[in-house]
Design a protein around this ligand. Sequence first.
Ligand SMILES: Cc1cc2nc3c(=O)[nH]c(=O)nc-3n(C[C@H](O)[C@H](O)[C@H](O)COP(=O)(O)OP(=O)(O)OC[C@H]3O[C@@H](n4cnc5c(N)ncnc54)[C@H](O)[C@@H]3O)c2cc1C
Length: 453
Amino acid sequence: MTGHAVVLGAGIGGLITAAVLAERFSTVSIVERDRLPDTPIDRRGVTQGRHLHSLLSRGSQIIEELLPGFLADLGAAGALVLDDVDMSRIYSRIGPYTFNRNDPAADPAALTTYLVSRPFLEFHLRRRVATLSNVLFLEGRDVGDLLAAQPERVTGVTVHARDAAGSEALNADLIIDATGRATRTPFLLERLGYTRPSEQTFTVDGVYYSQQIAIPDQDDFRERMILVLPEGKAQRGGLVACENNRWTLTIASRADDLGYAPTDFGEMLTLAEDFVPAHIQQPLRRAQPLTEVSTYRYPGGVWRRYDRMTRYPKGLLVIGDALCCLDPINGQGMAMATLHAHTLRTQLRRANPVDPQAFYTSIAAVIKPVWAANAEQPSGRTPGRAATSLRQRAVRWSRRKILEAAVDDIVITERLMRVANLIDPPQRLLEPKVLAHVVAHHARQSLSRRRTK
Ligand SMILES: Cc1cc2nc3c(=O)[nH]c(=O)nc-3n(C[C@H](O)[C@H](O)[C@H](O)COP(=O)(O)OP(=O)(O)OC[C@H]3O[C@@H](n4cnc5c(N)ncnc54)[C@H](O)[C@@H]3O)c2cc1C
């Protein structure tokens, strides 16, 4: 192994990418603006970490593939593991549709879920990556400029220590921007004489309110993950357990829809009553808040189309939220960051140095279906596309029919969960086996309606 790779940002994307690069480069430096805490607590650079963060099964599978034994360590450290995928532990509602919660899944192992807070996940991932002997953390340092000592190639980056004057230059064979929503790469490329990438966007005007709570009567009910996405104006929300018997209560809404911003547990509770199942309301009322209410506002999604740039330098790649940031309500961002890192691993195995165009083309194929579903969601509002096409209406109609049928059918429920967890691509919902179950459900419904008449 030779060469120096630099990862900008020590979030989930940066950490998992560092693990990939450590397989190929003799030194991997991770530059992070925050001082990294030595306990699982919030930090300034990841303010979204105070809000509900569920890691989709595909994400945990990739982390395990790259860092074998990580999930067992996470479980041993206190993660709440739903590995039996007993459906009664999960309450999921989309619009008026709930999922089948009575029957066992055919392949529960694939849907194993690790319930942890974001600081807990990141802390354990960071600790594991720090054990890799060729990985170095340069914390408390801000990214400055990209350096281009050769034509059409980024050859380094300047970084500034946050608590000292001056800057240092890091020469690198490969730089990965994993600085999340705060990415400056479009601006830095422009300074080097490139054009900015074009951007695809969708608007949400979303706001999250979250609070950590303890529920002393949690053994009075079985559910550990309650996620509700009503259609229309009503708020969406989640009540999800994590490590150390803590829970996160989140209310997600569009900016103007609530009329007021909840500031204490009483107000959070009032809003939660709209979506938390009736038998959990009483234990929830007796819950104790462990933190203040945190607020996070976000405009919507953005996908920076580096794959469409006609001129782009070698030696620089962008991943995670810095490349494509989705609607948080779908809980896909961390799993997508691991998929980006996985794509990088495949590309590095093919050729090192990686061809940026090949990387961005293969990553665009990963992002495309997920992006399309995000932009299509009821919570997303795509500017200038108020009138929906025939195709979009057909997609929405089929989606509704599938969701309606899931309530009493485990085959459909399991497939929906596999798609939601990024294990299967969305088109697998349209497989003949699944469609046969959808048709059978609606045939039964129509027969029973005729009998009632
Ligand atoms: C409210 C909310 C809820 C969410 N819920 C979920 C969920 O349930 N499940 C899920 O999978 N995803 C969720 N997400 C998305 C998830 O947080 C991101 O997709 C994920 O963190 C992306 O990882 P990343 O490494 O690309 O960026 P980040 O995790 O944001 O990390 C970026 C890192 O770069 C550092 N950095 C930034 N600028 C600089 C600089 N100039 N110099 C040095 N360092 C810098 C930051 O300090 C940070 O450490 C949610 C997001 C939000 C906003």
